[in-house]
Design a protein around this ligand. Structure first.
Ligand SMILES: Cc1cc2nc3c(=O)[nH]c(=O)nc-3n(C[C@H](O)[C@H](O)[C@H](O)COP(=O)(O)OP(=O)(O)OC[C@H]3O[C@@H](n4cnc5c(N)ncnc54)[C@H](O)[C@@H]3O)c2cc1C
Length: 255
C-alpha cells in the first residue's frame, strides 16, 4: 500500500465506512507528501463522519472521529456535490475526474472507489423473488432499511416474515438481503438465520419472535438529505435512543 500511494495524489470516492477507513489510512502517509481528495456526491459532508461518541458501536464511532481528525488536520481536501460523469487522462497521463456540474479533480494518480455495492441476483432469476425496485431488498424489508429514510441505524427487528418471497422456502439472508442498503451488521444476519432455521424446522412461533435491537449510529437523517439539505422533509426516523438489549435465543419447543 505504501509504495502505491506514498507521495501520490489519491482521490477517494464514497462516504461510507470503507471510505472513512481509506481516508485514515492514507492520511497516515501525509509525511510522504500524499495528497488526498475526498470526492463526495452529497452537497455537504453532514453526518458522513457518523455519531462519534454517540455511536453505540464504539469502533464505528472511533473510525468517524479519526477520519474527522484527518480532515481537520488538513490532510484531506473535501470536494462536495461531485457526481462523477467521466474519468479522463491528461497529456501527462494523470487522471482527471469530471462531474456533471463542471467540477474537475485534476492531477490524480490513484482513484479509490468505495461507492457501495449491490447484490448479484442473476443466478436467482428463475425464482419468484419479490424485491423493492430501488433497494433490491425483499419488499417487506426495504422500508425498514432504506438509507434515504433511516440513517440512525434504526433497523427494526426482522426475520422470516420480512425475508420471505413468493417462491416457497426461499430466503435471502445476510448482506444480500439488504440489497443496496449499506447498514447491514453481522448481528442482524445471526438473527435472520435463527428465524429462518426456526421456520424451516416448523417452529413458527420462534421464527416470528425476533428480538434484536441494533446499536444506534448516533446520527440521523436520510442519505438523500445530504444531497440537498433544504429538501429534508423527512423529520428523521429517530425515536428516543434505546439501549442495546441482550439477544435471547429460545430453544425450539419440544414437539
Ligand atoms: C469492509 C466491510 C466491513 C464490515 N465490517 C463490519 C463489522 O465490523 N461489523 C459488522 O457487523 N458488519 C460489518 N460489515 C457488514 C457485514 O456484516 C459483513 O459484510 C458480513 O461479512 C456479511 O456476511 P454475509 O454472510 O452476508 O456475506 P459475506 O461475508 O460476504 O459472505 C458471502 C460468502 O459467499 C461466498 N460466495 C459468493 N458467491 C458464491 C458462490 N457463487 N458460490 C459459493 N460461495 C459464494 C463469498 O465468497 C463469501 O465467502 C462489513 C462489511 C464490509 C464490506
Amino acid at each position: 500500500m505504501r509504495a502505491r500511494y506514498a507521495g501520490k495524489h489519491v482521490a477517494v470516492v464514497g462516504s461510507g465506512h470503507s471510505a472513512l477507513t481509506a481516508l485514515v489510512a492514507l492520511a497516515d502517509l501525509a509525511d510522504t507528501g500524499t495528497r488526498i481528495s475526498w470526492v463526495l456526491r452529497r452537497g455537504v459532508v453532514g453526518d458522513a463522519f457518523g455519531g462519534g461518541d454517540a455511536d453505540q458501536l464504539p469502533a464505528r464511532g472511533a473510525l468517524g472521529r479519526r477520519a474527522r481528525g484527518s480532515v481537520a488536520a488538513g490532510h484531506v481536501q473535501v470536494v462536495t456535490g461531485f457526481r462523477t460523469e467521466a474519468v479522463e487522462r491528461d497529456d501527462a497521463g494523470r487522471l482527471v475526474l469530471l462531474s456533471g456540474n463542471g467540477q474537475r479533480v485534476s492531477d490524480v494518480d490513484q482513484v479509490v472507489v468505495l461507492a457501495g455495492f449491490r447484490p448479484d441476483l442473476s443466478w436467482l432469476s428463475e425464482l419468484r423473488l419479490e424485491l423493492d425496485a430501488t433497494l433490491q431488498a425483499p419488499v417487506a424489508l426495504a422500508p425498514l432499511i432504506d438509507p434515504n429514510v433511516h440513517s440512525c441505524g434504526t433497523v427494526y427487528p426482522h426475520g422470516v416474515k420480512e425475508l420471505a418471497h413468493p417462491e416457497p422456502d426461499v430466503y435471502l439472508a445476510g448482506m444480500k438481503s439488504y440489497g443496496r442498503a449499506p447498514t447491514f451488521l453481522a448481528m442482524t444476519g445471526y438473527e435472520q438465520v435463527r428465524s429462518i432455521v426456526a421456520a424451516i424446522s416448523g417452529d413458527h412461533a420462534a421464527a416470528e419472535r425476533v428480538e434484536l435491537v441494533l446499536p444506534e449510529t448516533g446520527v440521523c437523517g436520510g442519505a438523500g438529505v445530504f444531497d440537498d439539505p433544504a429538501q429534508d422533509q423527512s423529520g428523521g426516523c429517530c425515536g428516543p435512543v434505546a439501549a442495546p438489549e441482550m439477544l435471547t435465543l429460545s430453544a425450539p419447543s419440544a414437539r
